[in-house]
Ligand binder design. Structure first.
Ligand SMILES: [Zn+2]
Length: 234
């Protein structure tokens, strides 16, 4: 069950939606769902809608409907079943506050993911790389050729020292526990250390495997070309 905001509502009657633009759990596509009659049960309103594409039935409920002069009667609209939505990382997004183009492309990739629009997603992901190269490659070495600039980016932004600092810091967190007793290790240190451990393990154990898996999928896609997606060499 997910919460549906007022921006998804296309038409209203008595502050209850009569048409919604939502993603159907049956076909995972964005659909306009016409809501049937809203039933009333105390401060709850409930209704059904059928997907015009796959006919899957969705159930809608408004809880806390108390004031009919407010949207949703001041309550909250939920939909069930629902497709889990991918959330943009707030930490990553705020790190891009000073790079609005990069941030917009990152947020767009999440939107395209949720909209089940893979072709737009991969094109935006590629543009995200162009943005990264433009921002971080030294202007003197920038060639405006993505393959070349990505090589330069990797060389100029050598992450090996950061990974070494990551390992060293986890080691030192361990020393705090071993040398000074558990009382010195705060929850804040533990939570942060846990996140760092997962990042380090991902780098060492998973990243290369994940890249290889994606490469395999791309090669399979090229063996069976789909018009409109990935024009030119990978
Ligand atoms: Zn559907």
């Amino acid at each position: 069950m997910i919460t549906i905001g007022k921006t998804a509502v296309k038409t209203w009657r008595s502050n209850l939606p009569t048409e919604l633009s939502v993603r159907c759990a049956g076909c995972r596509k964005h659909r306009f769902l016409a809501i049937g009659t809203w039933q009333q049960h105390g401060p709850m309103r409930y209704a059904h809608a059928s997907c015009p594409g796959c006919q899957e039935s969705s159930f809608f409920v408004v809880t806390g409907f108390v004031n009919s002069n407010e949207l949703f009667g001041g309550g909250t609209l939920y939909m069930d079943p629902s497709v889990p939505q991918r959330e943009a990382s707030a930490e990553l997004s705020s790190a891009m506050d000073a790079m609005p183009e990069l941030q917009r492309d990152y947020l767009s990739t999440v939107d395209f993911f949720n909209d089940d629009d893979p072709a737009s997603l991969v094109l935006t992901a590629r543009r995200l790389l162009e943005g990264l190269a433009k921002h971080f490659v030294n202007p003197a070495s920038y060639k405006n050729n993505l393959a070349t600039d990505l090589g330069t980016l990797a060389k100029e932004r050598n992450l090996a020292p950061t990974i070494e600092r990551l390992s060293t810091t986890i080691r030192k967190a361990g020393n705090t526990g071993a040398h000074f007793g558990a009382s010195r290790v705060t929850t804040e240190i533990a939570v942060s250390a846990m996140q760092m451990v997962e990042q380090l393990l991902t780098l060492h154990l998973l990243l290369d495997f994940r890249v290889t898996s994606l490469q395999t999928l791309i090669e399979e896609a090229h063996a069976k070309p789909i018009p409109g997606i990935l024009v030119g060499p990978p």
